[in-house]
Design a protein around this ligand. Sequence first.
Ligand SMILES: Cc1cc2nc3c(=O)[nH]c(=O)nc-3n(C[C@H](O)[C@H](O)[C@H](O)COP(=O)(O)OP(=O)(O)OC[C@H]3O[C@@H](n4cnc5c(N)ncnc54)[C@H](O)[C@@H]3O)c2cc1C
Length: 308
Amino acid sequence: MLDLAILGSGPAALSAGLYAARAGLSVHIYGSDEPGGTLMQIDEIANYPGFQGSGRDLAGIMRAQATSAGAKLDYGECLSVQPAGDRAHPVYRLVIDDEPVDTRTVLVATGSQPIPLDFEVRSPVSYCALCDGPLAAGKRVIVVGGGNSGVSEAIFLSPLVESITLITRSELKAEAALQERLRALPNIAIREHTLATPELLDTFDYVFVCIGKRPATSFLEDLADQTVFDKTAGPISIEVTRELRLFDSSGYLITGRGKSGAHAALQHQTAIPGIFAAGDVRSGVSKQAIAAAGDGAAAAIEIARFLR
Ligand SMILES: Cc1cc2nc3c(=O)[nH]c(=O)nc-3n(C[C@H](O)[C@H](O)[C@H](O)COP(=O)(O)OP(=O)(O)OC[C@H]3O[C@@H](n4cnc5c(N)ncnc54)[C@H](O)[C@@H]3O)c2cc1C
């Protein structure tokens, strides 16, 4: 029986593994990809304090630190999480690939992925202005997406680039204050009711795509309508209510709603006792590597406290 199973192997997971192992927990990290998560896609990380280099190199250091502290690390995709035990002694049975794994707590650190364009373009394409904005310096840029993230990305890019065209297939959907800031930019053209096509995107030097992200939480969907532990008996089947939701409207995990007592301080716990979340998969966090690493560390500290 593990103290902690960590799902995902990006910066949130590896940092949580390091902290949990150093706290004396038996901890196993299961990642469906090469350890490092989204870091493995980043050529150069320029915004991680204390480190400069590729995401792959940063991931290698994180992985070595976690495993030398005692965390076990394996390839494995989590397919389901099912409750067992009772409220005083919650236990979870995971299915990792085909193998069952029993654990007292679970940290979901499975991240999120940008929704990609469904066609090829010749111009360079990025899904992260904060990461790749400097590569588009002085260029004519198109931003695809008129929600909060597309408009925020355009505002961020404005001082760096020659000009920005923002297209959205309907009207701008971003909140009013962001729209006001967007319209005030000196180098912006806004085209509503405009579809992204390869022909259009190829007339620009650089393409930023912000048409949404998908959190990797589908393997938890069954838990959303069951699983709250009874105080005395085993798991009882009650609906996760509006007040006790697992996911926000975009599918990210809601955390930190312990009502009173010791659980009030558990900012990373989901609606289900013993299931925690950290990094990009958690609702309301900054989607950056440094934030994910810090979040994983904070979650592991909480989990050690929870288990004690
Ligand atoms: C193209 C790109 C460039 C970026 N550049 C930068 C940058 O320069 N600086 C910066 O700070 N941030 C950057 N980011 C953001 C940064 O990579 C993320 O914020 C960070 O990696 C999130 O860490 P995480 O641990 O929460 O999740 P991730 O790094 O996404 O890791 C999640 C891992 O979980 C695995 N997983 C998913 N489902 C399962 C499952 N069911 N079972 C087991 N494992 C599973 C995934 O395969 C993945 O390996 C960039 C993101 C992208 C997409």
